[in-house]
Design a binder for this molecule. Structure first.
Ligand code: HEM
Length: 330
């Protein structure tokens, strides 16, 4: 009998899925980070000047070693979100990309990423999972009740793009809730329980895709491509930035350019978690290699969840051996 899978052990819940488990807009950063929080909040204005780097260069240097050692996870993730947005804006916010990141941004983002076990640039978890809150916290996490906290240029298209991801992640919580039951059903040989879990997961996927279909309602492809996507690129295999970005003041880089991948829905944990549950393998191809690499850009807790599900789940073998047409179909 496999040890039971508990979602909360991995900071996941049926209501919020992989979304942050705290109310992000209630997180208060210490005064040490007030200049950074203010500069980040001003991005929609300073990006329009075409001189965002001059604005961000005014940030005072901060030593986050004590903050990184003592602050709570919600505070660390909120500080990372603010700094990561400024890093992206500094690199991509003017006609020519920046090849060097000043120490006032490089040192803090590197320290925060180190504390979180993630890469020192904007991850999907910072762009989406930790970057939203509700107008009415008694009501569901749905498109008519959520807002984006930190923006680049802001505006309808950028916010809607991110909030559709947020609504999908919340909805997907209903799938994750079925994982423990389905894994146990396969281990116990309980066909009825396995069938009902599979049917429940299928119906949540239909809800997820119905939310996905709403993307064009307020996110225009031209605006997305020209005014949303440019800020989320990374600096690995990106011809615009050659060998990568120099993180000034970060001794361990030896002043060498660093290459990291930009944020993408490919860092969402929903699809890889389902692949792990159903024992789905992918052929060796460039996208597979890319997706495998992005596994290490996810929050460690979510990485561990996917790895544990893949190790625990015997769902595929159970269904292959059960010889039950309804189960196979489901
Ligand atoms: C306008 C909307 C969207 C566009 C243009 C878009 C674009 C892309 C692109 C270009 C990729 C390929 C890999 C990459 O280059 O990063 C990708 C992968 C992916 N995106 Fe999106 N995306 C959109 C919305 C979403 C949403 C709302 C989600 C929900 C979480 C999502 C989840 C994913 C996933 C899971 C992958 C990896 C697919 C795989 O496993 O093969 N995307 N997306």
């Amino acid at each position: 009998m496999a040890d039971a899978l508990s979602l909360c052990e991995f900071d996941i819940s049926p209501e919020r899925g992989f979304l942050c488990s705290y109310d992000a807009d209630s997180v208060v950063l210490p005064s040490l980070l007030a200049p950074a929080a203010e500069a980040a909040a001003s991005l929609p204005r300073t990006l329009l000047t075409g001189r965002v780097r001059a604005h961000l260069a005014q940030l005072p240097p901060v030593d986050l070693s004590q903050f990184c050692a003592e602050a709570s996870e919600p505070r660390i993730r909120t500080a990372m979100l603010r700094y990561a947005f400024m890093v992206q804006a500094y690199v991509w916010g003017e006609p020519e990309p920046a090849a060097r990141l000043p120490a006032t941004l490089a040192v803090p983002v590197w320290a925060l990423a180190r504390r979180l076990g993630q890469m020192p640039l904007l991850p999907y978890s910072g762009y989406v999972l930790d970057n939203w809150d509700r107008f009415d916290r008694r009501k569901p996490i749905a498109l008519d009740n959520i807002y984006m906290m930190q923006n680049f240029l802001a505006g309808e298209d950028e916010s809607w793009f991110v909030l559709v991801h947020v609504a999908i992640e919340a909805c997907a919580g209903g799938m994750l809730a079925q994982f423990p039951a389905l894994i146990a059903a396969a281990d116990e040989g309980n066909k009825a329980a396995a069938l009902s879990a599979l049917v429940a997961i299928r119906s949540v996927f239909e809800d997820v895709n119905a939310i996905f279909d709403r993307m064009p309602e307020r996110c225009d492809p031209y605006i997305y491509f020209h005014r949303v996507r440019p800020y989320i690129h990374g600096w690995k295999d990106n011809p615009a930035l050659g060998a990568g970005l120099i993180y000034e003041g970060v001794a361990e880089t030896g002043a060498k350019p660093q290459a990291f991948r930009g944020q993408t829905g490919s860092q969402s944990s929903i699809v890889p978690a389902i692949d792990a549950l159903l024992g789905i393998q992918h052929a060796e191809d460039p996208l597979r290699a890319f997706l495998d690499e992005l596994h290490f850009y996810r929050p460690p807790a979510h990485r561990n969840f996917i790895d544990k599900v893949r190790a625990l789940s015997h769902v595929r073998r159970f269904i292959e051996e059960a010889g039950d047409a309804a189960l196979r179909e489901a």
